[in-house]
Design a protein around this ligand. Structure first.
Ligand SMILES: Cc1cc2nc3c(=O)[nH]c(=O)nc-3n(C[C@H](O)[C@H](O)[C@H](O)COP(=O)(O)OP(=O)(O)OC[C@H]3O[C@@H](n4cnc5c(N)ncnc54)[C@H](O)[C@@H]3O)c2cc1C
Length: 264
């Protein structure tokens, strides 16, 4: 049975969507990187959220998580890699797993990642975002791993365990080399490392990579007043839809998105 709603991101927008859906007895799966590792959790004091005068970002996220859990939302820790509308539902790939939902609320926050030189051209031609999904293609080959994903160490270890020759490098300033296929990378220091595969394991993935064909408005996901994107079954809420990048806006949009995503 597909979930009624799948939510990408357990920040205020995603949790608001999940709480709204559970209050209407709909099944909800929230998929997120570790929610307490989100940048909001570094906020020492939040003073502008109506009704809660002084609270830390971490406490606020923990309270929202507890509320969503108590109401019956299901949670899975992991990165959503792709969303694909498929008839009356949307398929989501989460690492090497797949889930299906009638609708999706995309709430991944601001996508801080701009594609690296060569990344888009060589995606699927040596560039991958998931070691456990694509690692087997590179058994016994040289690969480079870069990123800041919470599961970076696990994914790197997985590549080593299946016999890849792994070099870890820093993401900033990295160039991916090759015409039709990856042939190597050049680091910020100018060092060239030959390889057949490059695993970019970022905590946040650009929305257009998550959902191919997704329309943007500048750097943000384009939505209408129902928070619907141009893709069927995919709604968006929170920082990913644009200014103001604030909690109250994220929470409100999460609710509107869930309302329309559930056809209410
Ligand atoms: C230091 C700091 C202080 C702030 N102070 C205030 C304040 O005082 N008042 C205020 O109103 N606002 C404040 N903000 C802004 C506020 O935090 C944001 O507007 C709000 O968190 C946006 O919520 P969101 O749910 O859209 O995204 P986020 O809170 O960013 O949550 C998105 C979540 O989705 C996860 N995610 C992303 N991509 C994926 C993926 N592909 N798969 C799975 N999970 C994914 C992320 O890791 C993250 O956990 C502050 C922000 C920061 C960084």
């Amino acid at each position: 049975m597909p979930y009624d709603l799948l939510v990408v991101g357990a920040g205020p927008a995603g949790l608001s969507a999940a709480i709204y859906a559970r209050a209407r007895n709909k099944s909800v799966l929230v998929v997120s990187n570790d929610p307490t590792a989100s940048p909001l959790c570094k906020a020492h004091q939040i003073d502008n959220y109506p009704g809660i005068a002084h609270i830390t970002g971490l406490q606020l996220v923990e309270d929202m998580l507890a509320q969503a859990r108590e109401m019956g939302a299901e949670f899975r820790q992991g990165r959503v890699l792709t969303l694909m509308p498929l008839g009356d539902s949307v398929m989501a790939s989460i690492g090497d797993q797949v889930e299906q939902a009638t609708a999706v609320v995309l709430a991944p926050g601001v996508a801080r990642a701009t594609p690296l030189p060569g990344e888009e051209k060589l995606l699927g031609r040596g560039v991958s975002y998931c070691a456990t999904c694509d690692g087997m293609f590179y058994r016994g080959k040289q690969v480079v791993v870069a990123g800041d994903a919470p599961d970076l160490a696990e994914e790197t270890e997985y590549l080593r365990s299946i016999g890849c020759e792994v070099t870890s490098v820093r993401l900033p300033g990295l160039h991916i080399l090759g015409e039709d296929q990856v042939t190597g990378v050049r680091t910020a220091k100018g060092e060239e490392i030959p390889c057949q595969g490059v695993f970019l394991l970022r905590a946040s993935i650009a929305p257009t990579q998550l959902a191919p064909g997704l329309e943007l408005d500048g750097n943000y996901v384009k939505v209408n007043s129902f928070m619907a994107t141009n893709l069927p079954g995919i709604y968006a809420a929170g920082d990913c839809t644009g200014q103001p990048l604030q909690l109250a806006k994220a929470v409100g949009e999460g609710q509107i998105a869930a309302h329309h995503a559930l056809g209410l």
